[in-house]
Design a protein around this ligand. Structure first.
Ligand code: F6R
Length: 247
């Protein structure tokens, strides 16, 4: 007898501007309601709109990041943090240099700290609010298909397809790092609340599998089915392959 646990994942289909607004408002409310907030942050195109709204809210004095602690999901290995393609640089450009966050309160996994990264998150009280994007192959952070669900923060060899995808940001494919350090799926699952942003047609297959199929390591994001506080935010395009009606 197979018993499938019913997933608590919520799915919301909205326009991208609405997704950004809802998530930014939740984060602002959270920051303003607690002494100390721990955010789990992603890079990539998906969260940029949210970061832009957080910067605006800071400029309008609606929120301060003085008591915010952040843990980023991932970073390349052997990349200079001043390199424009590094995730350090991305975060500085889109958020950290534009708000009053204490840079000492921002964290990235590195070759030096990765074995202690999960513990460091715990020591800071755990992640209150985790933002995720999703790869077209269902990856979250750099957890590619086949990653064990119980992995903590670890070093990964990037797949050729990922190196090729990322090469558009570098002047040549040789410059693309071949390894990265990523939060594991278990690391991500420890967050108290998780939001995943998926927009565009190239995310539609992964979103359909995530919502309509069973949990499998072939679709790393499907571990989120076991979390009891996840919202999947999709735009029309990313939800276009769903066959079931969403209430
Ligand atoms: C980035 C990250 C990645 C991206 C994913 C989607 O920190 O963890 O898993 O979220 O590759 O990327 P975008 O948002 O560029 O489509």
């Amino acid at each position: 007898l197979l018993m499938f646990k019913k997933s608590n994942m919520k799915i919301k289909i909205l326009k991208k501007e609405e997704i950004d607004r809802v998530i930014a408002e939740e984060i602002i409310t959270l920051i303003n309601s607690k002494n100390k907030v721990v955010l789990g942050l992603a890079t990539g195109s998906s969260p940029i709109g949210v970061y832009d709204l957080l910067v605006k809210a800071y400029q309008n004095k609606e929120v301060s990041f003085k008591n915010v602690i952040s843990f980023n999901l991932d970073e390349y290995l052997n990349i200079d943090i001043e390199n424009k393609q590094s995730y350090h640089y991305f975060m500085k450009e889109h958020l950290f240099s534009k708000v009053d966050i204490d840079i000492n309160n921002t964290h990235f996994p590195s070759e030096e700290n990765y074995l202690k990264y999960d513990e460091e998150i715990k020591q800071n009280g755990g992640i209150d609010y985790q933002i995720l994007g999703i790869g077209s192959n269902g990856h979250i952070a750099f957890n590619e298909p086949g990653t064990m669900f119980n992995e903590k923060t670890h070093i990964v060899e990037l797949k050729n397809s990922t190196i090729k995808d990322n090469s558009r940001f570098f002047s040549s494919i040789e410059e693309v790092p071949t390894k990265a350090i990523t939060s594991g799926l278990e690391t991500i699952m420890q967050a108290r609340k998780i939001v995943l942003i998926a927009t565009g047609k190239n995310k539609a297959r992964a979103i359909c599998d995530l919502i309509e199929k069973e949990k499998t390591t072939l679709l790393p994001a499907s571990i989120l089915k076991d979390h009891d506080n996840v919202v999947i935010y999709c735009d029309e395009d990313a939800s276009s392959l769903l066959t079931k009606q969403i209430a």
